[in-house]
Ligand binder design. Structure first.
Ligand code: ATP
Ligand code: SKM
Ligand code: MG
Length: 179
């Protein structure tokens, strides 16, 4: 019998998409539902530097953050059976894209600009890349990055869906190994 589900075996699931689309929230829900361990790359980096991302950007700089991000994603992308939520900018690095696409199943959490722009106010405090940008500049970044997120295994539209519904959509798209 054939179906349209992606058999994932023990491969790790990676969530990509623009900042604030819900990668961390949905990733944690997925991990709970699938009984897999959850890795949030931003949280891993924050734990290592013992400070929030905004502070890392201010004191250590974005360049060092990106280097640590690359090292951290590549380390986890080589592991099996995990749910891994990337930071919004991680997929812009080719080595990260290659490692995730080769070793894991990559889901793009998609959102339209119309939906995303209402989330701006809740995100600005904790996302350094949104600070000191006009809404037009954020919109340009949003559309520019979508071109790179197009490199994925499966797309999940989140517009109008709760975090819980998005997690369920992903579960419906995959075929887990039988125990
Ligand atoms: N489907 C959804 N509907 C409404 N709000 C949502 C949805 N998904 C996430 N949110 C909310 O959006 C905010 C950002 O979510 P989250 O931190 O999971 O995004 P993210 O993709 O991990 O962002 P980043 O790329 O910066 O790590 C949170 O307040 C979360 O509750
Ligand atoms: O979109 C981005 O470039 C970022 C998103 C966040 O997840 C963090 O990784 C950081 O704030 C940078
Ligand atoms: Mg996140």
């Amino acid at each position: 019998m054939t179906n349209n589900k992606t058999p994932i075996g023990e491969k790790s699931i990676v969530l990509i998409g623009f900042m604030g689309v819900g990668k961390t929230t949905v990733g944690q829900l997925l991990a709970d539902k699938l009984n897999r361990s959850f890795i949030d790359i931003d949280e891993e980096i924050e734990r290592e530097y013992q400070m929030p991302t905004t502070e890392i950007f201010k004191t250590i700089g974005e360049k060092k953050f990106r280097e640590k991000e690359k090292e951290t994603v590549i380390c986890f992308a080589n592991q099996r059976g995990k749910i891994i939520s990337l930071g919004g900018g991680a997929f812009m690095q080719k080595e990260i894209r290659d490692a995730c696409l080769q070793n894991c199943i990559v889901f793009h959490l998609d959102i339209s600009w119309e939906y995303w722009k209402d989330r701006f106010g809740t995100l600005i405090e904790s996302r350094p890349l949104l600070q000191n940008k006009t809404m037009e500049e954020v919109e340009a970044l949003f559309h520019e990055r979508k071109k790179t997120y197009a490199d994925h295994h499966s797309n999940v539209m989140t517009d109008g869906f709760t975090e819980e519904e998005v997690a369920k959509q992903i579960i419906n798209l995959i075929e887990l190994p039988e125990n």
